[in-house]
Design a protein around this ligand. Structure first.
Ligand SMILES: *Cc1c(COP(=O)(O)O)cnc(C)c1O
Length: 427
């Protein structure tokens, strides 16, 4: 290897991987095993005491998943990562390490519908309290701060609204309150946006979407930015207090700039349990090898489709930050100059019924609740992903009755445009 710092595409193929030491296998092998034999009794003891890094049990570490973790950490530019069963599991583990019952976090109200549900309902049982803020009114994050605030959570590119969050402005508010900023980077992927460069402390992914990229595996990743100083901070006892789980070890002292990733692994994943299957780690790793090519094509195709829809008479509006003139275009030029990703929303002139009929008439687009597939996907959020929300919450989340969400795939843009034209006219 030369002294040159490897570029993004090189890291996407090589980071974390080396030929298998016993067989020479070049693709990362799938270590489909639950557990690993110890060298001897002392080795076992030191693994359990966290004095040696190694594999004990696949719920906590697995060599295939370790390659995925190193790779996503390298792409995001953080010191360490943890792969877990799903994006939602990643969020649970992150908050489990930060929150005590009765405490608060602030979240953007422009989020994936499932995250809005998770924060409003599932987290209630833990007595973790969400306060909503609006990324279109950055000061609303400051107004939501209290002495119980433990974190701020945003999406870089928000699902489904086509919103680009001003990460640096929110990061400044998080810094002023000395709480970590968590960025869900699922829609952008590190190819388009690297949140740590803009002040994020923790990044989460639903690797189910663009990282995996082929619509075949549910997976999640937590990336530790290594930037937050937990040491001695009594508000975060999982990181700063002696842990009874490990004989009084203080994780921030022992693990320094990757203490958060370790806490998520040895306190969160170990005890709560949402482990990723090594097979899914392998599939996501394979997907990541083409991340640069795919994200560029997703973005280029999406821009062409957005330009076309904007001129269409059956379309009332298009929300895609890549479009010149879009409300978020200036933020897109700042945060994701290579492209604004594959997801957009638009409004059909006929409202709810036209949205439903469009979905029924599309042939090339698949009607389903996912994004970030090679295939183009469509959904009508008001009747599906966001139907549990009240009408006011739907509109606040960018999922009003006329809204249709597209996840533009890697097909020929001309074919996608033809399919949309036919379905819009048929309605
Ligand atoms: C899908 C998604 C999630 C949840 O991820 P799962 O892998 O489905 O659990 C979280 N955030 C965003 C932005 C998503 O699109």
């Amino acid at each position: 290897m030369s002294d040159q710092e490897p570029g993004f595409s090189t890291l996407a193929i090589h980071a974390g991987a080396r030929p298998d030491p016993t067989t020479g296998a070049r693709a990362t092998p799938i270590y489909q095993t639950t557990s690993f034999v110890f060298d001897d009794v002392d080795h076992a003891a030191s693994l359990f005491a966290l004095q040696t890094f190694g594999n004990i049990y696949t719920r906590i570490t697995n060599p295939t998943s370790s390659v995925l973790e190193e790779r996503v950490a390298a792409l995001e530019g953080g010191p360490a990562a943890l792969a877990v069963a799903s994006g939602h599991a990643a969020q649970v583990l992150v908050f489990h390490c930060l929150m005590q019952p009765g405490e608060e976090f602030i979240a953007s109200n422009k989020l994936y519908g499932g995250s809005i549900n998770q924060f409003n309902h599932a987290f209630k049982n833990f007595d973790w309290r969400v306060k909503w803020a609006d990324p279109d009114d950055i000061d609303s994050f400051r107004r939501a701060l209290s002495d119980k605030t433990k974190a701020i959570f945003i999406e870089s590119i928000a699902n489904p609204g086509g919103v680009i969050t001003d990460i640096e402005a929110v990061a400044a508010i998080a810094k002023s309150a000395n709480v970590p900023l968590i960025v869900d980077n699922t829609l952008a992927s590190p190819y388009l946006i690297r949140p740590f460069a803009h002040g994020a402390d923790i990044v989460v992914h639903s690797a189910t979407k663009f990282l995996g990229g082929h619509g075949n595996s549910i997976a999640g990743v937590i990336v530790d930015g290594g930037s937050f100083n937990w040491a001695g901070d009594k508000r975060y006892p999982m990181l700063s207090a002696p842990r009874p789980e490990y004989g009084g070890m203080i994780l921030s002292e022992t693990f320094g700039n990757f203490a958060f990733a370790m806490a998520c692994r040895v306190l969160g994943l170990r005890d709560i349990g949402p482990a990723i299957s090594p097979f899914n780690s392998f599939l996501v790793l394979t997907g990541i090898e083409t991340l640069s090519l795919r994200m560029q094509r997703h973005s280029d195709n999406a821009l062409r489709v957005a330009q076309h829809l904007k001129e269409h008479e059956a379309v009332a509006w298009v929300s895609y930050a890549g479009l010149p003139g879009d409300k978020y275009h200036d933020l897109a030029r700042k945060y994701c100059p290579k492209g604004a990703g594959g997801v957009m929303t638009f409004g059909v002139t006929g409202g709810y019924d036209s949205g439903v009929s469009l979905v029924r008439n599309l042939k090339l687009f698949s009607h389903l609740a996912n994004i970030g597939d090679t295939r183009s996907l469509v959904i009508h959020p008001a009747s599906t992903t966001h139907r549990q929300l009240t009408d006011a919450q739907k509109i606040a989340a960018g999922a009003g009755p006329e809204v249709v969400r597209l996840s533009i795939g890697l097909e020929d843009a001309a074919d996608l445009i033809a399919d949309l034209d036919e379905a819009l006219t048929a309605g």
